[in-house]
Structure formats: structure tokens, C-alpha cells
Write a protein of this length. Structure first.
Length: 309
């Protein structure tokens, strides 16, 4: 997703209406090995709508980055977001804006607590993207993006939202402003809790959770339990008709494999601790039992561990 956003921001900055006033993007990479892989390609290769474009996005390792950062997009997985921010915090200034693209709600909440004086924003997206190889990204599904302020008390919250939107690829990524972005994040978190682990347990595409009777029964029961837990959270939008939302997502992405299932198949770390794991934390804080969620976590962890072994 980071490659996709970097490429779209670079392309947006080159549009005639910006007249060179919008700064192009730079990819911040972990180490020299990642930079060497980028240098072999010379940019980011985007596959979209049957065509491919090499976008000459600049890149630097974090260790060698020296320029102040005006807008920082953190496109890591949830568990890596806070370390990523800390690694470049010395390059941020009083007017810097940080945009978080993580799934879930836990990473955003943690960062807001640690960096309360910073202008923090969240992007919630339904775009689909995956890497074919290093820095070669397929923009697989055109979706929507919603942008909103995470820390509503920050002085920057009163700024014209269009200024921030215009610095981003508003048209290419279909971005709209959302004054209640945290409500949207809570809802998406609940949907992730219902779907992602089950796609691993049943080793299936998203849509198959609605076509396999056993999976569908478990999904429906899990949605009821999640609703009960989420109903205790003041920040969560009410009422949360979770099953209806989940079914809408599963129909729209029926042929897709969830990101969590892809991670398990590739023996990569997953975000389940930030989905169902965090849901269990919330249940315990509310003195609620969550036996269905606990069973899902147990089954998921066993499968994930087998793939690593």
C-alpha cells in the first residue's frame, strides 16, 4: 500500500494544476538492502486497468533521510506503526502532519496517546493492492478513501480540510473528508474481527464465508458476540448492524483473499492481535466473556503457528 500511495502522490504532484507547488513523495525504506532493490527498478511500477506505468518515486533509507517531513504517511501493518513513527520523529516539525493507514483502531489510539501534540490524521481505505515483486504493485481494486482528524483537539483541526485533501491524490484515490473518522475505524475494526481470522480457519476466499454453511453459522454467531462487546464502547457508532455490514463487504470482495490469509500463506506476521486479540482486551476491560472470539483466536493461532513451523 505504501508503494501505491507514493506513486499516486508523485503523479498528483505532477498534474498541471499544481504548477510545481505540490511536493512529490519519497519512499522511506528500512535499510540498504531495501534501497538496493528499489534502485534496480528505479521507481515504483504500477499495474492498473490493464496498463503499467513506471513512476520515478524517490527513495531513501531512514538512516540517510535528513530533509524535514511535512506530511508523513505511515503505511505499515498495525504492529509496526508506532516503531515506524518513532524512527523518523526527529524529521518532523511543529507543522508536520502524520497520516495513519493502519487497519484496526488500537495502533491509532496508542499513537494518539504517545503523540498528542502532533497533527494526526487517519485514512480508511477500501482500495486493493498487492505486490507482484519488489516495488511492482497491482492496484487490484478501486475503492474509496476517507480522511479525518484523529486528535480533534489539535489546533490544526480547524484548518480547511480541502488544503490537506488537495495535497493528496484526491481524484485518483477517491478521497473524501470524514468528520467522524474514528467511528468509521471502529466499524471497520469490527468487520475485520468478524472476517479475517475466519478466512484463515476455513482457508477460503471472502465470499465463501457466505456459501459454506458451517462458516456462515460461525460468522453470524461471532457477529452477535462482537456487537455485544462493541456496544459497551462509547466511541463506537451505535447501533452497529454488524452482520449486515459484514455481508456487504463479503459480497463486494467475494473473490478476494483477505490480507490475513495472504500473510499466513506467506508465513508473515499478521494483524490478528490488533483485531480479535484487541477485541478480547476490550471484552475483559468491560468484564464480558467472549467465548466465540476466544475459540476463533485459538484456532487461528494454531494454524498460523503450523505455517511458520
Amino acid at each position: 500500500m505504501g508503494c501505491l500511495w507514493a506513486a499516486r502522490i508523485w503523479q498528483n504532484a505532477k498534474l498541471p494544476e499544481h504548477d510545481g507547488t505540490t511536493q512529490a513523495a519519497t519512499l522511506l525504506l528500512r535499510d540498504e538492502a531495501a534501497l538496493a532493490r528499489w534502485q534496480r527498478l528505479g521507481g515504483v511500477l504500477i499495474y492498473s486497468n490493464g496498463s503499467e506505468t513506471l513512476v520515478p518515486v524517490a527513495a531513501s533509507t531512514i538512516a540517510h533521510a535528513t530533509s524535514p517531513i511535512d506530511n508523513l504517511l505511515i503505511c505499515t501493518k498495525a504492529q509496526d506503526a508506532l516503531p515506524a513513527l518513532r524512527s523518523v520523529a526527529h524529521l518532523l516539525h511543529a507543522d508536520s502532519r502524520v497520516l495513519l493507514l493502519q487497519n484496526g483502531i488500537k495502533a491509532q489510539t496508542t499513537i494518539a496517546e504517545c503523540y498528542s501534540a502532533m497533527a494526526l490524521y487517519c485514512l480508511s481505505t477500501s482500495h486493493g493492492a498487492y505486490l507482484r515483486s519488489d516495488y511492482s504493485v497491482v492496484h487490484a481494486g478501486l475503492g474509496q478513501c476517507y480522511l479525518g482528524s484523529l486528535n480533534l483537539e489539535h489546533p490544526s483541526n480547524g484548518e480547511d480540510s480541502s488544503a490537506l485533501l488537495n495535497s493528496l491524490p484526491r481524484t485518483a484515490m477517491n478521497i473524501a473528508w470524514d468528520a467522524d473518522i474514528t467511528g468509521r475505524l471502529w466499524t471497520k475494526f469490527a468487520v475485520n474481527c468478524a472476517i479475517n481470522a475466519l478466512t484463515v480457519i476455513y482457508d477460503c476466499r471472502n465470499g465463501e464465508l457466505l456459501s459454506r454453511p458451517e462458516a456462515t453459522a460461525q460468522l453470524r454467531a461471532l457477529c452477535v458476540e462482537i456487537e455485544g462487546i462493541m456496544g459497551t464502547i462509547a466511541a463506537c457508532p451505535q447501533p452497529l448492524t454488524l452482520l449486515e455490514r459484514v455481508e456487504t463487504v463479503l459480497v463486494a470482495t467475494a473473490q478476494n483473499y483477505s490480507s490475513t490469509l495472504q500473510d499466513v500463506h506467506n508465513a508473515r506476521p499478521t494483524e490478528i492481535a490488533y483485531f480479535n486479540g484487541y477485541l478480547r482486551e476490550l471484552a475483559r476491560l468491560a468484564d464480558l466473556d467472549c467465548p466465540l472470539n476466544d475459540a476463533v483466536l485459538k484456532s487461528f493461532n494454531a494454524i498460523a503457528q503450523r505455517n511458520i513451523d
